[in-house]
Ligand binder design. Structure first.
Ligand code: NDP
Ligand code: 2IT
Length: 446
């Protein structure tokens, strides 16, 4: 089997050797899905995975804009349209200085499997830019978004490709992008998700990824007769996903000990309650400040500059910041300190060796493509509501989200159950693969 996997990876590497994050995501899927393909006559010998790793289309474009001082600036824009076998391309836009083709291809590839797991009719895509909104004024962000959409609008549409948010793209950016799309097309359609509720957005979409990640953790614990009550939880990040993961943990009476950003992390041994979380939302979403401010206000909390939260003893870890943020040594330390459940809110936050340690220690480990699928799932529900010209209540959307997360959990078990252990990573990869592969086989070589 190793020979088959190595031959496949060599072939993929031949074209993508300069794209480490993409190769990492492909290797992870190949190691669990290729043995399954080889064992199934309907999939074997048809190069389905080889077709799936090649994007259907990649769009790259210049994004020129003028900053507040009148200087002309240039960024690079991208949209990776990875796979449309089961629906129009769907996936977020990331604005971060680290954005490049490798990162967007890894995210688009993961998105194909994730979207299939939701059971909603969405293909996979991802896009973004190396633009960093962090030190920019609202007016600069608006001008950038308008320039970005002035090229992107011709490639997207409510039945073709539906972008959404990701790192650096939240409600503010989606608003500017939507406004420019509407102006250029003279059409009010559901071309983006994550819109404001008064102009076509869905209730619970801001909460969905974080809530879904916690629902997945809860599902894993409930399967063994446990729950989140009184569990000590580490959360990384302090953006959209981290904030609502924290909120749901607090609602379920778990104790949230940490939050972080790219400058460092805060540890509050008393736990972050709703009032403190509201303060975090104010400093991050309104003031757009650093998480270190939390420790200035709450004296029992300590701020650790340039460090990640994984050294604090906990039961549950929810990485909600970015890729490869849990390394092998972080994983070992987490396990040694008593962590037995990891539900990924971010995309690919654990390195391959970290994942190996989680499996070895029989940690309940949920890969992002399963546990953070709640965000895109509610995006799918936003698209459904836009098509219906109708809005569901908070309760209705939340119920659907809970059911989708439980169904994803259960399909991971169908394909990932082993003796005395559920390998959710393997389960998620195969369950996602089967749905997309069946559609690709039915549609012929296209
Ligand atoms: P936000 O931009 O709202 O927040 C990102 C957070 O992660 C910030 O606290 C940011 O800190 C931190 N962060 C970003 N990059 C790094 C880095 N290189 N090192 C350390 N910290 C970093 O993004 P989201 O919360 O939306 O996204 C977080 C993760 O969740 C990403 O992996 C994203 O792909 C994934 N995701 C998001 C979904 C969504 O619906 N939004 C859906 C599914 C997955 P700082 O402010 O300092 O940059
Ligand atoms: O990674 C992801 O799933 C997202 N950033 C959300 C995508 C979406 O279309 O809502």
């Amino acid at each position: 089997m190793n020979k088959v996997i190595n031959e496949f990876l060599n072939e993929v590497n031949r074209r993508n050797s300069h794209e480490p994050e993409f190769m990492q995501a492909v290797s992870e899927v190949a190691s669990t899905v290729l043995p399954y393909i080889v064992s199934k006559k309907i999939y074997h010998g048809k190069n389905i995975l080889l077709r799936m790793v090649e994007p259907e289309r990649v769009i790259m474009f210049r994004v020129p804009w003028v900053d507040d001082s009148g200087e002309i600036r240039v960024n690079r824009g991208y949209r990776v349209e990875m796979n449309s076998a089961i629906g129009p391309y769907k996936g977020g836009l990331r604005f971060h200085k680290s954005v490049n083709l490798s990162i967007l291809k890894f995210l688009a590839f993961e998105q194909v499997f994730k979207n299939a797991l939701t059971t909603l009719p969405m293909g996979g895509g991802k896009g973004g830019s190396d633009f960093d909104p962090k030190d920019k004024s609202d007016a600069e962000v608006m001008r950038f978004c308008q320039s970005f959409m002035t090229e992107l609008f011709r490639h997207i549409g409510p039945n073709r490709d539906i972008p959404a948010g990701d790192i650096g793209v939240g409600g503010r950016e989606i608003g500017f992008l939507f406004g420019q799309y509407k102006k250029l097309k003279n059409e009010f359609t559901g071309v983006l998700t994550g819109k404001g509720v008064s102009w076509g957005g869905s209730l619970i979409r801001p909460e969905a990824t974080g809530y879904g990640t916690v629902y997945f953790a809860q599902n894993m614990l409930e399967r063994v007769g446990d729950n989140l009550e009184n569990k000590q939880v580490l959360i990384s990040g302090s953006g959209n996903v981290a904030q609502y993961a924290a909120e749901k943990c607090i609602m379920l009476n778990a104790k949230v000990l940490t939050l972080s950003d790219s400058s460092g992390f805060i540890h509050d041994p008393d736990g972050i309650d709703i009032e403190k979380l509201n303060y975090v939302m104010k400093i991050k979403n309104v003031e757009r400040q650093r998480i270190s401010k939390y420790a200035d206000k709450y004296s029992q909390a300590k701020y650790y500059h340039n460090q990640k939260p994984w050294s604090i003893p906990c039961h549950v870890a929810l990485p909600c910041a970015t890729e490869n943020e849990i390394t092998e040594s972080n994983a070992k330390e987490l396990i040694l300190n008593g962590c037995f459940c990891v539900s990924e809110g971010a995309n690919m936050p654990s390195t391959p060796t970290a994942i190996k340690h989680f499996h070895q220690a029989k940690v309940f480990y949920a890969p992002g493509k399963a546990s953070n699928a709640g965000g895109v799932a509610v995006s799918g529900l936003e698209m459904a509501q836009n098509s219906l010209r109708y809005n569901w209540t908070r309760e209705e959307v939340d119920l659907r989200l809970k059911k989708i997360m439980k169904d994803i959990h259960d399909s991971c078990i169908v394909y990932g159950k082993q003796k005395n252990y559920v390998n959710y990573e393997k389960g998620a990869n195969i369950a996602g693969f089967v749905k997309v592969a069946d559609a690709m086989l039915a549609q012929g070589v296209v």
